[in-house]
Design a protein around this ligand. Structure first.
Ligand code: KG4
Ligand code: ZN
Length: 388
């Protein structure tokens, strides 16, 4: 989702005008209208992610005899090459590209997973946060497809997708845990007591960690998206070469601030002037990465201390950063804390996490899959306001 600011606030609504009255066999209605997964048969969820610059579609199966959610297939189209020329995501181009990609990707995952459209039980889509136009594509396609197939739909919070994505890994976590959510648009520490039970412990007051990577990389001429490029360059640099600020490191709370770091990087870039040698850029990249990583690690440890928890989950695109993983692993090992990550290819945006979040919400009795095809995207949406 949104490594750039959402275009619009509030809800954007649509309706493909199809009546509703149906529930799949695997879903039963009880608890005052909540629909839950039956313990007897498994439920097959198609997930569609289109909140920013990746179109992701996946098939996840839960329940029945399955001990844990199974990812049957997933397919992703990244728009990076298309946006690169503009130095960042162009929302209108993003929406148009999602339109082109989503149906072929859905076909691809059904074929890969060996399933048919008729076998789907639920169609899930990212409702927000993200770019309004991009979200509308996923929501519109999901609801139209569901209406045509007479299947229920389930809207999903993008950050909940990230948060739960480690449950698809070979080493899934158990509740409760502290989660460090580090993406292009968000940096949050959460206490997670179960599906839909999220307490915000701290968050960034300005730029997100991914933004700090991206903006610093841009200043160094590394292009878009900058995070992975900066991290690759940092491997060849000296992390001690430049003294960069660690904002709010000693603030005593669990909030973050990365805007000052970007300003300090800009000051260094100006000081260097002209075309410094490659080693200078590598040193600056390594020093920038070290500043971001140190703050993320120290604040995560503080959150673990504050909650008394012994389990940490790291999710979101920046969770793919090798240095962050290395530092967190070392610091947590010393304290007897277990750290869980999504599989590397599921750190950044994907459809698997959306299908999984929908499946886990249904399984936990926390969600209603509906045959009301009115859709409502939420470009700005706080996970705290998310109904459990
Ligand atoms: O979760 P994500 O795919 O999208 C959002 O929901 O925002 O995260 C994208 C962010 C971008 O800022 C990208 O530069 C950053 O994750 N990122 C990385 C790495 N891989 C992706 N940052 C640092 N190191 C990486 N290896
Ligand atoms: Zn994301």
């Amino acid at each position: 989702m949104g490594s750039t600011n959402p275009l619009a606030d509030g809800h954007v609504v649509g309706r493909p005008c199809v009546p509703s009255c149906w529930m799949p066999e695997a879903i039963s209605r009880h608890n005052g209208g909540l629909m839950q997964i039956s313990s007897n048969s498994s439920t097959l969820v198609l997930g569609i992610e289109s909140s920013c610059d990746e179109t992701g579609v996946a098939l996840v199966e839960v329940g029945g005899s399955l001990a844990q959610p199974q990812l049957l297939a997933h397919a992703l189209h990244s728009q990076i090459d298309m946006h690169r020329a503009y130095g960042g995501v162009v929302p209108e181009l993003a929406s148009r590209d999602h339109i082109r990609r989503v149906i072929p990707l859905a076909r691809q995952v059904l074929e890969q997973g060996g399933r048919t459209l008729e076998q789907l039980d639920v169609i899930a889509y990212t409702q927000g946060p993200g770019l309004a136009g991009a979200l509308l594509v996923g929501a519109g396609v999901a609801c139209s497809l569901a209406a045509a197939l007479d299947k229920p739909v389930l809207p999903v919070h993008h950050l909940e997708g990230h948060l739960l994505s480690p449950f698809l890994s070979a080493d899934p976590p158990e509740f409760p845990f502290v989660a460090l959510l580090v993406s292009g648009g968000h940096t949050q520490l959460m206490q997670v007591d179960g599906v839909g039970r999220y307490t915000l412990l701290g968050e960034t007051i300005d730029d997100a960690a991914g933004e700090a990577f991206d903006k610093s990389a841009k200043l160094m001429g590394l292009g878009y998206p900058g995070g992975p490029a900066l991290s690759r360059l940092a491997e060849f640099g000296d992390a001690q070469a430049y003294k960069l600020p660690r904002p709010l490191l000693h603030s005593g709370d669990l909030d973050f601030s990365f805007a000052g770091l970007k300003t300090a990087v800009l000051a260094q870039v100006k000081k260097l002037g002209g075309q410094p040698c490659d080693q200078v850029w590598a040193d600056l990249a390594a020093s920038t990465q070290a500043a971001i990583v140190e703050v993320l690690v120290k604040k995560s440890l503080r959150a673990l201390d504050a909650t008394g928890m012994k389990r940490l989950v790291v999710a979101g695109g920046v969770g793919a950063n090798a240095s962050l993983r290395q530092e967190l692993n070392a610091a947590c090992a010393k304290r007897g804390v277990r750290v869980h990550y999504p599989e590397l290819h599921l750190c950044t945006d994907n459809g698997a996490m959306i299908a999984l979040a929908a499946a886990m919400r249904l399984q936990a009795g926390k969600a209603q899959a509906r045959k009301d095809y009115a859709f409502d995207v939420r470009p700005r949406w706080d996970l705290q306001q998310f109904e459990a």
